[in-house]
Design a protein around this ligand. Structure first.
Ligand code: C2E
Ligand code: MG
Ligand code: MG
Length: 277
C-alpha cells in the first residue's frame, strides 16, 4: 500500500520521539510527581484512603497527565523503573501521613505490562513494603480487566494475594470479562468505570447497570468503589444502592500531597461534608 504524507502526523511523530527521549531521563531528573485523590467511605462519610495518580512535571510542557505519556512508557522497557518509582514514592508518602497519625490506604495503578510472565512485581512490592513498614492490607493494587486476563497474570496475582496485598479491578465495565471469571481471581474490590458514574443521574440504563453490578459484586464478596462521582445526585443514588466507597471531583480533585495534608488537617474528623460547607 501507500500513504500520503501528512505534515500534522509527522509533527506528532516527532513530538512523540522527543517526548520519549525526555522520558528516559525523567526519573533521574526528578520530574515525576504523584498527586492523590481521596476515596470516601459512603457509610461513615470519612476519607478511607487515596489513589496515587502519576504526573510528569515536564520542563517545557508543564504538568502532563498520564494519558499523554503512559502509553509510550507502557510500550517500552521504561515501564519497570516507572512502576517501581511510583510504588516507592506512594509508600513513602503513606508513611509520612501515617507518622502524622493519618491512616489512609494507598491505591497504586499497575499496568498490564507489569504482570507479564517475567514479572518481578511481587518482589518489588515485598521489598518496598518492608522498606516503608507498610502493612500489606494498606496497599491496594489497581489492575485493569485487560491486565487481569493476561496469560500469566494468575501466577503473579496469587503470589501478591499470598503476601496479603489487596487487589482492585479498575475501570470495571469497559472490558469484556465477566464478574464470574474475575471472581476466580484473588480480587477484593471493583471500581466501576467513571463512564457509568458521571451520567448516573441522567441516564437510566447506566443506573440499572451500576445497581446490578454493585449487587453482583457484593454477592461475590467484593467491595465496590464508584469513580468519577461529580455531583450529589449520583452520590445519593450510590448510597441508595449500597455502594461502599466513592471517588470523584465532588469530593476532591487529585492534588499534591501538601494540599491534601492541609485539607485533612483542617478537618480532623476527616469528613468530606465539611469541605463542601
Ligand atoms: P484511573 O486509575 O481510572 O484514574 C482515574 C482518573 O479519573 C484520573 O485521571 C482522575 O483524575 C480522573 N477523575 C477522578 N475523578 C473524576 C471525576 O469526578 N470526573 C472525571 N471525569 N474524571 C475523574 P488521570 O489522573 O488523568 O489518570 C488517567 C489514568 O492514567 C488512570 O486512570 C490510570 O489508568 C493511569 N495512571 C495514572 N497514574 C498511573 C500510574 O502511576 N501508573 C500507571 N500504570 N497508570 C497510571
Ligand atoms: Mg486507578
Ligand atoms: Mg479507573
Amino acid at each position: 500500500g501507500h500513504a500520503v504524507f501528512d505534515a500534522a502526523q509527522q509533527k506528532q511523530a516527532v513530538h512523540q520521539l522527543a517526548l520519549l527521549s525526555d522520558l528516559r531521563q525523567c526519573i533521574a531528573r526528578n520530574e515525576l510527581v504523584l498527586h492523590y485523590q481521596p476515596k470516601v467511605d459512603l457509610g461513615t462519610r470519612k476519607i478511607s484512603g487515596v489513589e496515587a495518580l502519576l504526573r510528569w512535571n515536564h520542563p517545557v510542557h508543564g504538568l502532563l497527565l498520564p494519558g499523554t505519556f503512559m502509553p509510550e512508557v507502557e510500550r517500552t522497557e521504561l515501564i519497570a523503573p516507572v512502576t517501581r518509582w511510583v510504588l516507592d514514592e506512594a509508600l513513602r508518602q503513606q508513611r509520612l501521613w501515617s507518622d502524622e497519625g493519618v491512616d489512609l490506604t494507598m491505591a497504586v495503578n499497575i499496568s498490564a505490562g507489569s504482570l507479564g510472565r517475567s514479572s518481578n512485581l511481587p518482589d518489588i512490592v515485598a521489598e518496598l513494603t518492608e522498606t516503608w513498614g507498610t502493612q500489606p492490607d494498606r496497599l491496594i493494587l489497581e489492575l485493569t480487566e485487560g491486565a487481569l486476563v493476561e496469560a500469566s497474570a494468575p501466577d503473579v496475582l496469587a503470589r501478591l494475594h499470598n503476601m496479603g496485598e489487596r487487589m482492585s479491578i479498575d475501570d470495571f465495565g469497559t472490558g469484556y470479562s465477566s464478574l464470574a471469571y474475575l471472581q476466580r481471581l484473588p480480587v477484593d474490590e471493583i471500581k466501576i468505570d467513571k463512564s457509568f458514574i458521571t451520567r448516573l443521574a441522567a441516564v437510566s440504563d447506566d443506573a440499572v447497570i451500576v445497581r446490578s453490578t454493585i449487587d453482583l459484586a457484593h454477592n461475590l464478596s467484593m467491595t465496590v468503589v464508584a469513580e468519577g462521582v461529580e455531583d450529589a445526585g449520583a452520590m445519593d443514588m450510590l448510597v441508595g444502592y449500597g455502594c461502599d466507597s466513592a471517588q470523584g471531583y465532588l469530593f476532591n480533585r487529585p492534588c499534591a500531597p501538601e494540599q491534601l495534608t492541609a485539607w485533612l488537617t483542617e478537618r480532623p474528623a476527616g469528613r468530606w461534608e465539611s469541605a463542601l460547607a
